[in-house]
Design a protein around this ligand. Structure first.
Ligand code: DC
Length: 226
């Protein structure tokens, strides 16, 4: 498989990371979860009592505590300063603050730079909100995944249940809609479909169907899947 870059963007819980991981595994590409990086900064801010509106102090945290990934048989692990924070960054205190932290231009500048370095050699599947528009504007394949709020909340509800967490469905739905709003209305690199991205509405589709659809797009663009 040619070492292309595949950008997958879309709103919260649209299935981006699940399909991105599967594609990366199939193609032996690296997978970069950019949302995890914004979550890691938010986690650091909470740990170090840095208010979410202090842009310069947030940037200092990124410089002081490097964010890294490790691929393992059980999935991707996320580290800050060599501390494994894979589970901590998915907790609700991080989730509810991450849109505010990720709205800062200078925070984005730092993380976009790291993401571009990770993607520079190609052979990468990267997911987030601004990959096709800002991080990898020359990505060979750009996908924009969407799904109804109802379905996304259901997916998150089941995911939480499988981890032994019971959550209130309506609150989940509200939180997802709120995060969509914040991510789409911020000034710097808002969530928006790149002009040359292919939009896939995954409502009612299985993960395998979404992966197959993306493979179809890759083939249509003239890349061979081996
Ligand atoms: O994909 P996720 O839900 O883990 O992302 C967490 C938050 O990070 C999301 O609400 C917005 C932000 N984010 C971003 O602004 N840009 C990205 N490329 C990825 C995520």
């Amino acid at each position: 498989m040619e070492k292309i870059a595949i950008a997958i963007d879309g709103p919260a819980s649209s299935g981006k990371s699940t399909v991105a991981k599967l594609l990366a595994k199939d193609f032996h590409f690296i997978y970069v979860d950019t949302g995890a990086m914004y979550r890691a900064v938010t986690y650091l801010a909470i740990q170090h009592n840095v208010p979410f509106d202090r842009e310069t102090a947030l940037v200092q945290l990124i410089k002081k505590y490097p964010i890294s990934f490790e691929q393992t048989a059980n999935g991707q692990l996320v580290f800050v300063n060599n501390q494994n924070v894979t589970e901590e960054i998915r907790q609700s205190d991080v989730t509810s603050a991450v849109s505010e932290v990720s709205a800062h231009g200078k925070v984005r500048e730092q993380l976009v730079h790291i993401q571009q370095e990770l993607g520079s050699a190609g052979g990468v599947v990267m997911d987030g909100r601004d990959i096709g528009t800002t991080v990898l504007p020359n990505a060979e394949v750009k996908i924009f995944l969407v799904a109804s709020v109802e379905e996304r909340a259901q997916r998150r509800y089941k995911e939480n249940l499988s981890k032994g967490m019971t959550t209130d469905f309506d609150s989940l739905k509200e939180a997802i809609a709120h995060r969509d709003y914040l991510d789409s209305h911020r000034t710097v690199s808002p969530l928006v479909q790149a002009e040359d991205a292919v939009k896939i509405d995954t409502t009612g589709m299985s993960i395998d169907q979404v992966v197959a659809k993306i493979q179809e797009v890759i083939l249509e663009k003239g890349f061979e899947i081996t």
